[in-house]
Design a protein around this ligand. Structure first.
Ligand code: SF4
Length: 357
């Protein structure tokens, strides 16, 4: 646990006061703020500050709300996973994915999770607490720094060229249920839009189906992408896999979600993890087709990525394609999404869990 003030969390006036309080001229505060806005992980990178000031700051404060304690690179060279520590010692995970359409960051919204989904490692240690807006934003800046280091980004458009070194997409799909932390999640998305220029359509919120939270997003009224973690086509099966289904039934969740996408002119994303022998049968595919037929949605089929702490099996390639074929025959847009970076424990919560054990 690191108990030092975090400069990123200070207002401009507070930062100036802090800098003056350690005997430095006011203009140093602006220089520090510029580094913080780029996600500077420590003070030693702030090369336009005198060395003695960098050392003093290092003794007195931290730059960002998140500190990297482990960084793993996948063998495909496209995925980087960070284990980050917060000021109170809690740990969270963030994943940077370099894709053909740009650089995407998967952000955690809580330390741990209370939702208890049976296939998920993130929930095994329970919920520790909600993350603040700055703790979520700092995850994106950590990825941005990874991409660009100390290079200035003033003249580069954030969302244009997929080869450029900026974060272009953000998915709130890491550890935690963002709609149990709705106000901070909304504040975070507003900051992504205003401070980094990330378009609403390049931001995705993924929920296990908190209907009240989906309604809050609808009232908020911005055209982000909404993804529902469905993972089962019937209430009976879904309640076994996801305890939240005892509170909000599939029909209520889908009603709220389709209302959101129709008001914001988006397509609903349905996430469906395929668990061999549990939810990947021909009958399950037909039931899912019946549920989604003629609806404005895209189904992402995600073959189960083995987590040692969870007792499910990965589906065979044949059964994945059979499931997809049935959906497609029923006119449902469907694609298979392979988990990236499996060699670095990309399943949500694995890295944090392994660190604790
Ligand atoms: S899948 Fe998401 S909502 Fe479910 S327990 Fe894991 S982190 Fe929580």
């Amino acid at each position: 646990m690191i108990d030092k003030p975090i400069l990123f969390n200070m207002t401009d006036a507070e930062l100036e006061q802090f800098i003056v309080s350690i005997g430095q001229p006011k203009f140093r505060a602006k220089q520090v703020a510029e580094w913080l806005s780029r996600g500077a992980p420590n003070f030693s990178v702030m090369k336009n500050l005198p060395e003695n000031l960098r050392n003093d700051l290092d003794n007195l404060a931290r730059t960002m709300p998140c500190t990297i304690i482990k960084k793993l690179e996948s063998t495909d060279g496209q995925t980087t996973k960070f284990l980050l520590e917060l000021n109170d010692g809690n740990q969270i995970e963030t994943v940077l994915m370099r894709t053909s359409y740009g650089n995407s960051v998967c952000v955690s919204s809580q330390a741990g999770c209370a939702m208890g989904c049976k296939f998920c490692a993130s929930t095994l240690l329970g919920l520790k607490r909600n993350l603040t807006q700055n703790e979520m934003f700092s995850q994106v800046l950590t990825a941005q720094w990874e991409l660009r280091g100390d290079k200035d980004n003033k003249n580069i458009k954030p969302n244009g060229d997929p080869n450029n070194n900026d974060v272009s997409h953000v998915v709130i799909m890491g550890t935690g249920e963002p709609l149990q932390n709705t106000q901070n999640t909304i504040g975070f998305m507003e900051k992504l839009h205003s401070d980094l220029g990330i378009g609403w359509r390049k931001i995705t919120v993924s929920t296990c189906g908190i209907v009240t939270g989906i309604r809050e997003l609808t009232d908020w009224g911005h055209p982000i992408n909404l993804a529902i973690s469905l993972h089962a086509p019937t209430d009976e099966l879904r309640s076994k896999l996801m305890p939240i289904n005892n509170k909000y039934k599939i029909s209520e969740v889908l009603e709220a979600a389709f209302d959101f996408v129709s008001k914001n002119n988006r397509q609903l994303m349905i996430e469906y993890i395929l668990l061999a022998g549990t939810n990947d049968s021909v009958e399950n595919a037909q039931e899912l087709s019946n549920l989604l037929q003629n609806k404005n949605c895209m189904v992402n089929l995600i073959p189960w990525n083995s987590v040692t702490e969870r007792d499910f099996k990965s589906p065979s390639g044949n059964s994945v394609h059979r499931f997809q074929d049935i959906l497609i025959k029923n006119g449902i847009h469907t694609r298979i999404r392979r988990e990236r970076g499996q060699d670095i424990g990309s399943a949500c919560g694995q890295l944090r869990l392994n660190q604790k054990s």
